[in-house]
Ligand binder design. Structure first.
Ligand code: KDG
Ligand code: MG
Length: 403
């Protein structure tokens, strides 16, 4: 069996997605993958089209590990978000082909189920505590047992995780990234109060988590983790920037609040120091930015060795094939922790059918062979690419901060 064609499909059914379709010489046999990198979509599409696709034509799609090594190590230039997202798109499509050939869903190829469904969490953001509380109650009514909570911070303009129209930043010029203003002091005062409010009003049973989005310095993160301790978070996500892994020691030493990190990591070597020193409790890489299922399995095995659980990244800016891969891994891995999820709009289901189904607080894998997703190329063509960026964050004095 040989790969005969690699199609890169860029589409915008509400937001931009880069999809990969790998076609084989077996009639009707192809695989689909996701290679979306928010705000840098065309860089990945071009890497795939111009540099990677020609290397794949004529290769045996069954040899996933060899293809992975060939594209990662064989090219000399390795790692980074663009190349690892491109590699993930190829990897997912190859696993999809393998599953379809075997007539088995991906989870079965990964060792079979260790659980039936994947405990899922949803996002709730609000302009104030009352709005967050309402959102949390609505999520509970939908069956969620784990909820991520974010709130607008008085004095800051634009808050991560709070819906548009409430706290979004300004656009410096049409078509460029919106700019937000963020200061640590009001943020650090607000978040413990939000959690206190939620524990008082919705009780102790619901699992709550919060995403810092890498904005704090080590001592600020240590303070937040310590002050949140009484509210028993499921985890505090991404307290620090990804560069200084050793800074996690300070946060760890300050409290017993569980910590999660990983969506800005791109290889197992990024994850290793935090896992090996047991400085985090959840590794939450984005399978779509980590080189796919092949690398995610290795990260999960490292994590299992050190009692770290998985919480793969599952936002709306990665496409359904990555969400499907998340859930196939979740139900097969022994050290699965929780799965982040979103509800996709109808246009996404039309273009990329097969996103995992949500029911009773969990996500359920498809029983179809492979990943269980497809690409409707005709529908994709109705939604052309639209340039879009993530926002930029500035401090009150105008200097650039981490978004
Ligand atoms: O493109 C950036 C998003 O994927 C990221 O901001 C989402 O932090 C995120 C999360 O936890 O879902
Ligand atoms: Mg996050």
């Amino acid at each position: 069996m040989k790969i005969t064609e690699v199609r890169v499909i860029v589409t915008c059914p509400g937001r931009n997605y880069v999809l990969v379709k790998i076609v084989t010489d077996e009639p009707g046999l192809y695989g689909v993958g996701d290679a979306t990198l928010n705000g840098r979509e065309l860089a990945v599409a071009s890497a795939l089209q111009e540099h990677i696709a020609p290397l794949l034509i004529g290769r045996d799609p069954d040899r996933i590990e060899d293809t992975w090594q060939y594209l990662f190590r064989g090219a000399y230039w390795r790692g980074g978000p663009v190349l690892m997202t491109a590699l993930a798109g190829v990897d997912l499509a190859l696993w999809d082909i393998k599953g379809k050939r075997a007539g088995l869903p991906l989870y079965s190829l990964l060792g079979g189920k260790t659980r039936e469904g994947a405990l899922a969490y949803t996002h709730v953001g609000g302009r104030d505590f009352a709005e967050v509380e309402d959102g949390v109650r609505a999520a509970m009514a939908r069956g969620f047992r784990v909820v991520r909570v974010q709130v607008a911070v008085p004095g800051n303009r634009g808050t991560y995780g709070v819906a548009a129209g409430s706290a979004k930043g300004d656009f410096p010029r049409e078509g460029l990234p919106p700019e937000e203003v963020w200061e640590p002091s009001p943020y650090l005062r607000t978040i413990p109060r939000l959690l206190a409010h939620l524990r008082e009003t919705v009780g102790e049973e619901l699992e709550l988590l919060h995403d810092v989005h890498e904005r704090l310095n080590p001592v600020q993160a240590a303070r937040l983790a310590k002050e949140l301790e009484p509210y028993h978070l499921f985890f505090l996500e991404d307290p620090l920037r990804p560069e200084h892994k050793e800074s996690f020691r300070l946060v760890r030493a300050a409290s017993a609040t569980p910590l999660a990190m990983g969506e800005l990591f791109h290889t197992r070597w990024d994850c290793l120091p935090l896992i090996q020193e047991q400085l985090i409790d959840f590794i939450r890489c984005d399978i779509g930015h980590l080189g796919g299922v092949t690398e995610a399995r290795k990260v999960a095995a490292l994590a299992e060795t050190f009692q770290v659980q998985t919480a793969w990244h599952g936002p709306g800016d990665i496409a359904p094939p990555t969400h499907a891969a998340n859930v196939h891994l979740d139900v097969s891995l022994p050290n699965f922790g929780v799965q982040e999820m979103v509800f996709f709009p109808e246009a996404v289901h039309e273009v990329i059918p097969g996103a995992p189904e949500y029911r009773d607080g969990a996500l359920w894998p498809s029983e179809s062979p492979g990943l269980g997703c497809d690409i409707n190329e005709e529908a994709a063509a109705k939604y052309p690419y639209r340039r879009a960026y993530l926002p930029t964050t500035r401090r009150a004095d105008g200097s650039v901060h981490d978004w």
